[in-house]
Ligand binder design. Structure first.
Ligand SMILES: [Fe+2]
Ligand SMILES: [Fe+2]
Length: 202
């Protein structure tokens, strides 16, 4: 794992001048790099938040994320689930009011549909636990009956709303880094096996 190494470049200077061989070459190389570097960028993003201060809570978003992952690990959750706990708020600073969708998108091809949905909708579900606030605690009711409804509530109860304890001793980021790389690499390999050429972006 590390910085992407430079490779020989094709002669083409635009898509229109690229030959069939060029496309085969850059596509193959691109896939190799994506598999080799799987999980690196998202871990760099998380690591960059280490010194971002807390906003009134006892823990920063970075510490909150590690606390969530540590609780999941201690509770015997799957590696994929632990990774979801670790990364559920990784886009908080980039996209504060819609960060569940952004973080969910970063996990979409690497985790199950259920785990992706939990992360991608956790903002509305964790409102349920905001006692004594003016937030709408019933907002998630519009998802009542959804197959992942209870799982999303459980995630917020055990790995989100309770992870603001400044006295909790979370494990270091290094504990989780290999898990992220394994989960991301597996997801990427499965995606590549399924799609000889990636589908058009959504
Ligand atoms: Fe969040
Ligand atoms: Fe959170």
């Amino acid at each position: 794992m590390g910085v992407v190494q430079a490779s020989a470049a094709v002669a083409a200077t635009s898509f229109r001048t690229a030959t069939e061989q060029d496309w085969e070459y850059v596509t193959r190389l691109g896939r190799e790099v994506i598999e080799r570097e799987a999980g690196r960028a998202v871990m760099d993003l998380l690591r960059s938040q280490k010194d971002v201060p807390a906003h009134g809570w006892q823990v920063s978003n970075y510490q909150h994320s590690l606390q969530a992952a540590t609780r999941a690990l201690h509770n015997g959750e799957t590696e994929e689930y632990i990774v979801c706990c670790l990364l559920h708020d990784v886009t908080q600073d980039l996209n504060p009011y819609n960060h569940d969708k952004s973080a969910g998108d970063l996990l979409r091809y690497h985790v199950s549909d259920e785990n992706h949905w939990i992360v991608a909708n956790h903002q509305i579900f964790q409102l349920s636990f905001r006692d004594h606030s003016k937030f709408d605690k019933t907002a998630c009711e519009r998802f009542r009956g959804h197959p992942y409804f209870e799982a999303a509530l459980r995630f917020c109860e055990f790995y989100d709303m309770n992870c603001f304890d400044g006295a909790y001793e979370h494990l270091p980021i290094e504990t989780f880094e290999p898990m992220v790389h394994r989960v991301y690499e597996k997801g990427v390999r499965e995606f590549h096996a399924k799609h000889p050429y990636p589908p058009a972006p959504r």
